[in-house]
Ligand binder design. Structure first.
Ligand code: ATP
Ligand code: MG
Length: 432
């Protein structure tokens, strides 16, 4: 939602402390102060003159050599290489390297600003991480978000530029390329739905990005239209890796957290309490997004989990022993009374899409995660090779950008799952 830019009006969320950068322009002293601190730190990193000798240097890998210290009781192992031999670790730059332009959105976990790089003039997006209430240090979820963005550098994933810091330890911002739209807002303001040819281009880009992340062992775990950004050249960028994590690593007792994926896009196995899930959870969300692009509104607008389960059963028909053999083994399956079996209603819900389109949608919205289509397979689906063909992104029309400062309609959507609640789980066993 757009924020009031009047600094006198104060912050829109009274509970959150703001850095001076969020609130007004930096006093020159602040900016200078940062540079001086950085210099001071750099200076203090210079290795002290030690009592060393050129005799018998200890060989290390890559032709690096460490000279032994002659002191009787060295304060650290003589095999520890000096700081100068560490890979170049530079301190984060200051947020005051950027000029704040406007706030774009206040999400569950942070606020996103549009800003200008003072050196290059580039327009960027700064996501301020919500750390004010953190009691246990820098949250692992924030580390995962930064790590996932760095691992998944791709044309269809939002580009991370750097991480910058404000005056206090709780002021940390992720700097990203600024992208004009998010698909959720765009779908709300567009007068008519995307054309079939456009839906195909968007889906191909989304599937390419998801396949890329999965190939790099990253689960997104919060795919939804508000986390898909689109620029004015018809290119989609997957954003918000705040719930992402590596998969394939050993998982501790209790399994993976179920507090993932915003309700309307949540896969049935998570709804039914599965503690081992994988890339298929993202593919279910991709199915919900595909349907939303066709309908111009979210597919399952449920108020709670029970309502969502019954909406899914109503649309797809309840699961059977052949469509989902492992259904009965799921922790919450016993608590649910299955409705009378009936066939899928997908064709009735989407009367205008081709049979190939219905086939792809039903393969994405498949109950059994083992049988659900993968991103790699979906990219090869005949739907993308039949007429109307995917439209070239350059031919997409451009829209006024709400994120760049124009008013837009607020939209109704459930929030992303809370991260604070699963913090304990994460700390205990859910290693990155
Ligand atoms: N790089 C960007 N360029 C332009 N707008 C962006 C960018 N990143 C995020 N936004 C906008 O900010 C919104 C919130 O960002 P993001 O989803 O990363 O934060 P969040 O706090 O995790 O939000 P939520 O909990 O609502 O999912 C996005 O829906 C989008 O409108
Ligand atoms: Mg988001």
């Amino acid at each position: 939602m757009l924020q009031n830019e009047d600094p006198q009006a104060g912050p829109s969320t009274p509970s959150r402390k703001r850095s001076r950068w969020d609130a007004d322009d930096p006093p020159e002293s602040v900016e200078k102060g940062f540079q001086q601190t950085a210099k001071r730190r750099a200076k203090s990193r210079q290795p002290k003159e030690t009592n060393t000798t050129d005799e018998n240097p200890i060989p290390l890998t890559n032709n690096l050599q460490v000279k032994p210290i002659r002191s009787k009781h060295p304060s650290h192992s003589i095999y520890v290489p000096p700081r100068t031999l560490h890979p170049p670790i530079t301190p984060s730059r200051s947020v005051y390297c950027y000029e704040r332009l406007n706030s774009i959105e206040e999400g569950s976990y942070g606020v996103v600003f549009r800003a200008k790089d003072k050196q290059t003039g580039d327009i960027v997006a700064l996501k301020k991480l919500k750390l004010d209430e953190e009691k246990q240090g820098f949250p692992i979820t924030a580390l995962r978000e930064i790590n996932a963005l760095m691992v998944c550098k791709h044309e269809n994933v939002v580009g991370i530029r750097e991480v910058v810091v404000g005056e206090t330890l709780t002021q940390v911002f992720i700097v990203m390329d600024f992208i004009e739209h998010d698909l959720k807002t765009l779908l709300t303001v567009m007068p008519s739905p995307f054309l079939q040819s456009e839906v195909k281009t968007l889906m191909l880009q989304l599937l390419t990005a998801v396949a890329f992340c999965h190939e790099r062992w990253i689960l997104h775990r919060d795919l939804k239209t508000s986390n898909l950004l689109m620029n004015n050249r018809g290119t989609i960028k997957v954003a918000d890796f705040g719930l992402a994590r590596r998969y394939g690593d050993p998982v501790g007792v209790g399994g993976l957290t179920q507090l993932v994926v915003t309700l309307w896009y949540r896969a049935p196995e998570i709804l039914l309490g599965a503690t081992t899930y994988s890339t298929a959870v993202d593919m279910w969300s991709v199915g919900c997004i595909f349907a939303e692009l066709l309908l111009k509104e979210p597919l399952f607008q449920a108020k709670g989990e029970i309502e969502l389960i019954s909406m899914i059963f109503k649309l797809l028909g309840p699961p059977t022993s052949s469509s989902w053999p492992d259904y009965t083994t799921l922790p919450l399956a016993k608590t649910i009374t299955l409705p009378t079996p009936h066939p899928s209603q997908l064709r009735q819900k989407f009367p205008y899409i081709t049979s190939a389109g219905i086939d792809l949608l039903s393969r994405l919205l498949t109950y059994d995660p083992e049988m659900r289509i993968t991103a790699e397979e979906a990219l090869q689906h005949p739907y993308f090779r039949e007429s109307p063909f995917p439209k070239h992104p350059d031919l997409f029309g451009s829209f006024p950008s709400a994120a760049a400062g124009e008013k837009r309609k607020p939209y109704e959507s459930p929030p992303a799952p809370t991260r604070a609640a699963d913090y304990k789980l994460l700390m205990d066993f859910d290693v990155p």
